[in-house]
Design a protein around this ligand. Structure first.
Ligand code: PSV
Ligand code: MN
Ligand code: MN
Length: 424
């Protein structure tokens, strides 16, 4: 299944008049609209290979069919997204779910779809068939050095796969922790983890980054050894200048002030990047912006403020990734919605009058500061995001075009109804 240029063109033609009317109204309302459009056009968000199939919960999984059965088909799916929005130009692989059989062919296929390889992810939270030792009681933290070594070796192998594909970062997320008080010596678990991470860090090529993702709980329910941003920060500080903290929006305890965490990590030069998603309760992995769009905007507001003149582009700066799971929606439609929500939050943040906000802050004018942010959030900038897509050769309304081309039915015809993509 491919989305052709003429299909995008005729879709865009059918919506053009309506789009132009909205765009000209938005331009009249938003100073600097042109600059915002240009920044949006350059902005790319990586798609996780494991989010292309139907997720599930421990209570069940309801496949939608037509899911990618191989790494090649996963690349094709991200290629479809990128053709529709021109903002999803990278794929992030999770090893061993996505072991490439032929690096050269994999790189060529990705390039044909306009994709690059984003961070590679290691997996020491599951046991794999044939693996000599179990991670039941942790991996990099384990009391037994043999098991720690197995997990270290796996991470080094993941780096090697990444080098062959042109990735430049490794994301480490550990489920290590404990389920009951007394199970773990916290300090020893920390020290074992640090020692293991040091060995992985030593294997990183010079131009690579290591992202250490934190998560408050699950699958361990009493303690997690990299449980919050403070813990992650303390490891990455010790590891060195190539190590950074990665913020997955769903990995905080309820009501955490994520935008403040982002601001401080950025200020410390230790913000590595994001796993975007949204949540109501925990690590729900819902569509970005589906539950707390104002929070997403406030995060981007800190990024725009803190990154100043630096270009926000994952190729040169932070890791911009989605991490989602889809239980009831078509994963591809959901990913299109997430990318749209992220672009919109970025556009809104770009539209904040910085000087006026700064003045209000300096004058302790709380009401004006709040009005400025809420005004930016409540102004409809969807036409600017659509215009950025139009200029890049993408669809004005990617979800509508996806539906009118019957993409999912085509994928089911090609791949079958009973498909299970590897991942969570
Ligand atoms: C863990 O909850 C996580 O967010 C990590 O990023 C994993 O690598 C990913 O989900 C996939 O399981
Ligand atoms: Mn994540
Ligand atoms: Mn998660």
């Amino acid at each position: 299944m491919q989305v052709l240029k003429n299909q995008i063109d005729s879709h865009n033609e059918s919506l053009l008049l309506q789009h132009e009317a909205k765009l000209s109204f938005t331009r009249s309302e938003v100073p600097g609209a042109e600059e915002i459009i240009q920044k949006l056009t350059a902005f790319q968000i990586a798609i996780p290979s494991w989010a292309l199939g139907t997720g599930g919960t421990r209570f069940g999984r309801f496949s939608g069919g037509g899911e990618p059965r191989s790494l090649e088909e996963k690349i094709e799916d991200v290629g479809l997204l990128h053709a529709l929005n021109q903002s999803s130009g990278a794929i992030s692989l999770h090893i061993p779910w996505d072991i490439p059989q032929d690096y050269r062919a994999t790189r060529i296929l990705a390039a044909q779809h306009g994709l690059t390889f984003d961070a590679v992810n290691s997996n020491t939270f599951q046991d794999q068939p044939g693996q000599p030792h179990s991670y039941k009681f942790g991996s990099l933290q384990h009391v037994d050095k043999t098991i720690r070594q197995q997990a270290i070796d796996h991470n080094i192998e993941v780096i090697k796969h990444g080098i062959e594909l042109g990735s430049e970062s490794l994301t480490v997320w550990l489920s290590d922790g404990s389920c009951f008080p007394g199970q773990l010596n916290f300090r020893r678990a920390y020290q074992n983890t640090l020692e293991s991470l040091n060995e992985i860090y030593a294997a990183l090529p010079d131009n690579w980054k290591l992202f250490l993702e934190y998560k408050a709980f699950e699958p361990n329910f009493y303690s997690t050894t990299v449980g919050d941003w403070g813990m992650s920060y303390s490891y990455v500080q010790k590891l060195g200048s190539k190590a950074y903290t990665l913020v997955d929006l769903g990995h905080h305890l309820p009501n955490a002030n994520i935008e403040q965490i982002v601001a401080l990590l950025l200020m410390e030069g230790k913000l590595g990047g994001f796993h975007f998603n949204d949540s109501k309760y925990g690590d729900d992995d819902l569509t970005a912006g589906a539950i707390k769009p104002y929070q997403l905007f406030l995060i981007f507001n800190e990024l725009v403020e803190g990154m100043d003149a630096r270009v926000m582009n994952h190729a040169t700066d932070l890791g911009w990734m989605i991490d989602a799971s889809h239980n009831v929606k078509d994963p591809l439609e959901d990913l299109l919605q997430s990318v749209e929500a992220i672009m919109l939050a970025y556009a809104q943040a770009l539209s904040v009058p910085r000087r006026a906000l700064e003045d209000a802050q300096q004058n302790n004018d709380v009401v004006t500061a709040q009005e400025i942010l809420q005004n930016a959030f409540r102004t409809d900038l969807r036409a600017l995001v659509a215009e950025a897509r139009l200029r890049a050769g993408a669809a004005l309304n990617p979800v509508a075009l996806y539906r009118s081309l019957n993409v999912r039915q085509n994928l089911i015809n090609e791949r079958g109804l009973k498909t299970v993509a590897t991942g969570l």
